[in-house]
Design a binder for this molecule. Structure first.
Ligand code: ASP
Length: 337
C-alpha cells in the first residue's frame, strides 16, 4: 500500500510538469478521470492488474507493458498466444509489438511455436538495429535469444473451433461484431480479441504493447494491424499513445493509431481522436463498415484516456489513478448493430 501511495503521489506531483502540449484542448470531451493502464476488452481487466502490480512497485512503463503481454499470452484465450485460434491451415501464427516513450519499438509477426511474442518483440527492439522480424527469421532470432520452441498443438478450445470451422471451411475474413450473436464462431466464441495495453509510469513515461493470434482461420501468412507500428500501436512519449482491436486491414489503411496520436497532438481528447479515426475508416466504405468491428483506446501523457468503436460491444479495462480497475464499454458510431 505504501508503494502504491508513493507511486500515486509521485505521479500526481510529477505529471503537471509534463505534457504541456495537452494543456489546452480546444475540442472533445474532457474527463477529469486519469488512468495508469488501459487495455482492450473485458479480458483487459486482469491484464491491467498484472501491469499495475509492476507500476505500483515503481517499474517502467515498458516493463509493465511487456508484463501485460506476457500475462495474456499465458492464458488460454481465443485470440492471443499459442492457445489462440489457428489459421485456415490449422497453424497458430502470432503477431506482437511493443513501443516506448522514445520511439523505440520492436515487432514480430507470422511467428510460430514461441510462447511470448511480446517478449521477442522487445528483444527485436533492444538487440537488433531493426523494428520488425517475421516468420522463420523471427523464430530463429527468438531461439537464439533463448526462447523455447513449443510443441505444435492447438489448445482444446482452438481445436474445437477449428474442427467446427472445417465443416464448411467458409473463408470469411471479417471481424465479428460482439453484439451480433450469429456472427460468433460455431463454438460460440468470437474470431478476434487482440490485447492492446497502454501504460503510464511514475516518471510520466508512456509505453504500449499489442499481441494477437490474429483473425481466426485467416490465410496462412496473413498479417493484420497488430504488429505494425502506427497501425495496431503507436506511442509518442511527448503526447500520448493508442492501440486497438478489430478488422486489421481497415486499421492499416488509415494508419489508425498513428492518426489517433496525431489528433491528440492537435489537442483532441482521447475519445475524440479515436472517434475521428473510426470515422475515417467508415468514410472509406460506409456500407462495408456495417459488417465489421474496429475499436480503439488512447491515453495521453497526463493519463487522460478514451475509447471509441464502429459498433457497440467494444469493451476496455481501465486502471484509474485511484488504483481501481473497471471494465467499460466504449461509445460507438453505430448505436445498434
Ligand atoms: N486486429 C486483429 C487482426 O486483424 C484482430 C483482432 O483485433 O483480434 O489480426
Amino acid at each position: 500500500m505504501n508503494n502504491r501511495r508513493n507511486f500515486l503521489l509521485s505521479t500526481i506531483t510529477f505529471l503537471p510538469i509534463l505534457g504541456s502540449v495537452l494543456q489546452s484542448q480546444p475540442t472533445g470531451k474532457k474527463s477529469k478521470e486519469k488512468a495508469y493502464v488501459i487495455s482492450t476488452w473485458d479480458s483487459g481487466k486482469e491484464v491491467n492488474e498484472a501491469a499495475f502490480r509492476l507500476l505500483d512497485r515503481g517499474a517502467k512503463a515498458i516493463d509493465a507493458a511487456e508484463e501485460a503481454g506476457i500475462y495474456i499470452e499465458n492464458q488460454i484465450n481465443c485470440c492471443v498466444g499459442l492457445g489462440g485460434n489457428p489459421d485456415r491451415e490449422g497453424k497458430v501464427t502470432l503477431d506482437a509489438c511493443i513501443m516506448d516513450h522514445k520511439f523505440q519499438c520492436g515487432s514480430v509477426s507470422f511467428l510460430e511455436r514461441i510462447k511470448h511474442p511480446v517478449s521477442v518483440a522487445r528483444k527485436v527492439m533492444e538487440k537488433t538495429p531493426h523494428v520488425m522480424l517475421v516468420g522463420k527469421g523471427a523464430q530463429k532470432f527468438a531461439l537464439e535469444e533463448g526462447f523455447t520452441l513449443e510443441e505444435e498443438k492447438l489448445s482444446s478450445d482452438a481445436e474445437e473451433s477449428y474442427k467446427n470451422w472445417l465443416i464448411e471451411s467458409k473463408y470469411k475474413p471479417v471481424i465479428n461484431i460482439e453484439n451480433q450473436v450469429p456472427d460468433k464462431l460455431p463454438s460460440g466464441k468470437f474470431n478476434h480479441d487482440t490485447m492492446g495495453t497502454l501504460c503510464l509510469d511514475h516518471e510520466g513515461d508512456l509505453a504500449g504493447m499489442c499481441t494477437t493470434s490474429g483473425m481466426a482461420f485467416k490465410m496462412h501468412g496473413r498479417v493484420g494491424d497488430s504488429p505494425i507500428i502506427g497501425s495496431g500501436l503507436y506511442v509518442d512519449g511527448k503526447t500520448g499513445a493508442a492501440t486497438g482491436s478489430g478488422q486489421g486491414e481497415e486499421v492499416i489503411r488509415v494508419c489508425g493509431t498513428f492518426m489517433i496520436v496525431e489528433y491528440l497532438k492537435q489537442g483532441r481528447s482521447p475519445e475524440q481522436a479515436c472517434r475521428l479515426v473510426i470515422k475515417r475508416i467508415i468514410d472509406i466504405n460506409p456500407d462495408k463498415a456495417k459488417s465489421f468491428q474496429v475499436g480503439f483506446i488512447a491515453m495521453t501523457k497526463k493519463g487522460e484516456f478514451g475509447a471509441y468503436s464502429i459498433h457497440p460491444g467494444f469493451s476496455y479495462a481501465v486502471t484509474l489513478q485511484n488504483g481501481t480497475t473497471e471494465v467499460r464499454e466504449s461509445d460507438s458510431f453505430f448505436k445498434t448493430s
